[in-house]
Ligand binder design. Structure first.
Ligand SMILES: Nc1ncnc2c1ncn2[C@@H]1O[C@H](COP(=O)(O)OP(=O)(O)O)[C@@H](O)[C@H]1O
Ligand SMILES: [Mg+2]
Length: 284
């Protein structure tokens, strides 16, 4: 087995526009690697090429140039998709089926039958915390609950890699937090996760690495903390500091090359405030 979960090499995708002599370059010379066990975030604004890249990796769209591989196998081989789960950007579910029936349906598609099918469905409903809603039709589910059913569906075959296209888009902060917790659960089970998002803030705390796409070009790549760090600055967070100590610190810095850029009280995020105010899980 390859020691790289997903490899993208010199990938380019051009969509011709029929009846007009023009084309859209959705992905341009993309290179990236996802290590096994990592949560990797493909980020970028709408139209930057995230979904196209994911679909090429999954073998659903053919590349114009370059290759993509899953655990060493070319995406053009049908077998490369064994052990891969996928949650598309706008999953389509039958709204009259209940959550449980939906998972039965996908389980059967994957060849499960009888007791194994029932056991796997129960396990997945527990994993995505939808046992209480299992007998309700999906038509009455919130966007967050639908995304969780979608995630359960992607896990039916016990994949080694799951690909999630915008798993938190359109989901409220509490639902979005639940989805992030589930993704961290997958990581703990050793599953590699490749996800996309147009909002860095939604995924920055769960991604080991991110790649940022703009107009189909990878403009930044690396660990989130490295990408966000301002290299020549250091932040000190002091508790119970009194004005005297602060004055001493300022004096210490006089006549040195160190400049105190700003003094401020650390702020929580609006999202944490919202969650605290609505009794959601406290942020770590
Ligand atoms: N099937 C298609 N035919 C023509 N153009 C497409 C097709 N799919 C995507 N595109 C174009 O490719 C670009 C990237 O799209 P997409 O990969 O969906 O971006 P993202 O997922 O980042 O929003 C956009 O300009 C989009 O309009
Ligand atoms: Mg997309």
């Amino acid at each position: 087995m390859s020691d790289v979960a997903v490899a993208v090499n010199d990938l380019t995708k051009v969509f011709p526009i029929p009846f007009r002599r023009s084309k859209v370059v959705a992905v341009r010379g993309l290179n990236l690697e996802v290590a096994p066990g990592q949560v990797y975030g493909l980020l970028g604004p709408n139209g930057s090429g995230k979904s196209t890249t994911l679909k090429i990796i999954l073998g659903l769209v053919s590349p114009s140039a370059g290759t993509t591989r899953i655990f060493g196998r070319d995406s053009r081989e049908v077998g490369s998709r064994e052990g891969v789960g996928f949650l598309p950007e706008n999953p389509y579910f039958y709204k009259y089926l209940t959550g449980e029936e939906t998972l039965f349906f996908y389980g059967k598609l994957c060849g499960l039958r009888g007791a194994a099918l029932r056991a796997r469905t129960r396990e997945l409903l527990t994993l995505v915390r939808l046992e209480a809603a299992k007998d309700r039709p999906l038509g009455g589910y919130s966007k967050g609950m639908l995304q969780r059913i979608g995630l359960a569906q992607a896990l039916v075959q016990e994949p080694k890699l799951v690909v999630l296209d915008e798993p938190t888009a359109g989901v409220d902060p509490e639902g979005s937090r639940e989805i992030r917790d589930l993704i961290l659960d997958l990581k703990r089970r050793g599953i590699t996760v490749l996800l996309s998002s147009h909002l860095l803030a939604h995924v920055q705390e769960i991604c080991d690495r991110v790649g940022i796409l703009a107009h189909g070009v990878l403009v930044r790549e690396g660990r989130v903390d490295e990408l966000l760090a301002i290299e020549n600055q250091t932040e000190l967070v002091l508790e119970n500091v009194n004005p005297e100590v602060l004055a001493q610190i300022r004096r210490l810095l006089e006549n040195t090359a160190t400049r105190l850029v700003e003094e401020r009280q650390p702020q929580t995020t609006l999202e944490s405030l919202f969650l605290a105010a609505t009794n959601g899980p406290p942020s770590p």
